[in-house]
Design a protein around this ligand. Structure first.
Ligand SMILES: C[S@@+](CC[C@H](N)C(=O)[O-])C[C@H]1O[C@@H](n2cnc3c(N)ncnc32)[C@H](O)[C@@H]1O
Length: 220
C-alpha cells in the first residue's frame, strides 16, 4: 500500500501515532466545514442532536454551546478519536450533556425516532453501504428532524493524494441529492449547495428537513 493510501486509511480510521496526528489536523482543517454544517441545522436550545463520526470533537463542542439545554450524542469507530473528543468536551461529558460512544455508522445505538438533528461532516466518503447508513439515520430521526451532511467536492478530493478512490468515495451534488431521495427523504425539502471553502477546497453542503416518507425499505 502506498504512503498516501496509508494516510488516507488513518483519516478513515484514526489509529496509532498517525491517527493521533490526523485528529489534531482534522480539528484545524475541518473548522469551517463543521461550523457551516452546524449552522445549517438551526440548533434550538433544547434539541437532541447526533453527530456521526465526531473525529476530534470540534462540532460536538459547537453543538453543546448552542443546545445549552439539549443533549448531544456522537458516535465514532476510533478509540483515539473517542479519547480526543472526550478530552475536548470533558466538562459537557461530566455534566451529562454530551454522550460519546464507540459505534459504527451502520448500527446506531439509539432508539427509533429519538433524535431531532443529525450532523455528518467529512464522513459520507467512508460510508461503505450508504443506504444502510441512511436507513439508520431515518430510523433514529424524529419525523420533523433535520440532517446536515458536508463533503469535500470531487475536484477537491482529486487534488489530495491521500484522498484517492481506494480510501475515499467521491460525490457529485446530484449523487448527494440521490442519497437523500433513495433514503426516503422528501425531494422538495432536500437541498445541496456548493461552497467555496478556501482557494483550494470546495465543498458540498446537503441538508434535508421536515417530514419524510414513513419508515419502510430503503431503496438500494
Ligand atoms: C475525516 S474524519 C471527520 C471527523 C469530523 N467529523 C470532522 O469533520 O472533523 C472521519 C471520522 O469518521 C470516523 N469513521 C469512519 N468510518 C466509520 C464507521 N464505519 N463508523 C463510525 N465511525 C467511522 C473515523 O473514525 C473518523 O473519526
Amino acid at each position: 500500500m502506498s504512503l498516501w493510501n496509508e494516510i488516507g486509511n488513518r483519516w478513515h480510521h484514526p489509529r496509532g501515532l498517525v491517527g493521533r496526528l490526523a485528529g489534531h489536523a482534522m480539528a484545524i482543517m475541518g473548522e469551517k466545514a463543521n461550523r457551516l454544517a452546524v449552522d445549517a441545522l438551526h440548533i434550538g436550545v433544547r434539541d437532541t442532536i447526533l453527530e456521526l463520526g465526531f473525529g476530534p470533537g470540534r462540532a460536538i463542542e459547537l453543538l453543546a454551546s448552542r443546545a445549552t439545554e439539549g443533549l448531544i450524542y456522537g458516535i465514532d469507530q476510533s478509540e483515539i478519536m473517542l479519547e480526543q473528543a472526550k478530552r475536548r468536551n470533558r466538562l459537557a461529558v461530566r455534566t451529562g450533556r454530551v454522550f460519546l460512544y464507540k459505534a459504527p455508522f451502520e448500527a446506531l445505538p439509539f432508539p427509533d425516532e429519538s433524535i431531532d438533528k443529525v450532523l455528518a461532516v467529512n464522513v459520507v466518503c467512508f460510508w461503505a453501504d450508504p443506504m444502510a447508513v441512511m436507513g439508520e439515520i431515518r430510523r433514529v430521526l424524529r419525523p420533523n428532524g433535520c440532517v446536515s451532511i458536508y463533503a469535500n467536492d470531487m475536484a477537491t478530493k482529486g487534488n489530495w493524494r491521500f484522498a484517492g478512490r481506494e480510501t475515499n468515495q467521491r460525490f457529485l451534488a446530484a449523487e448527494l441529492t440521490d442519497l437523500f431521495l433513495q433514503g426516503g427523504f422528501d425531494k422538495h425539502r432536500t437541498f445541496v449547495r456548493s461552497i467555496e471553502m478556501s482557494g483550494w477546497t470546495n465543498g458540498l453542503l446537503a441538508t434535508v428537513s421536515g417530514p419524510r416518507k414513513s419508515i419502510g425499505p430503503v431503496h438500494r
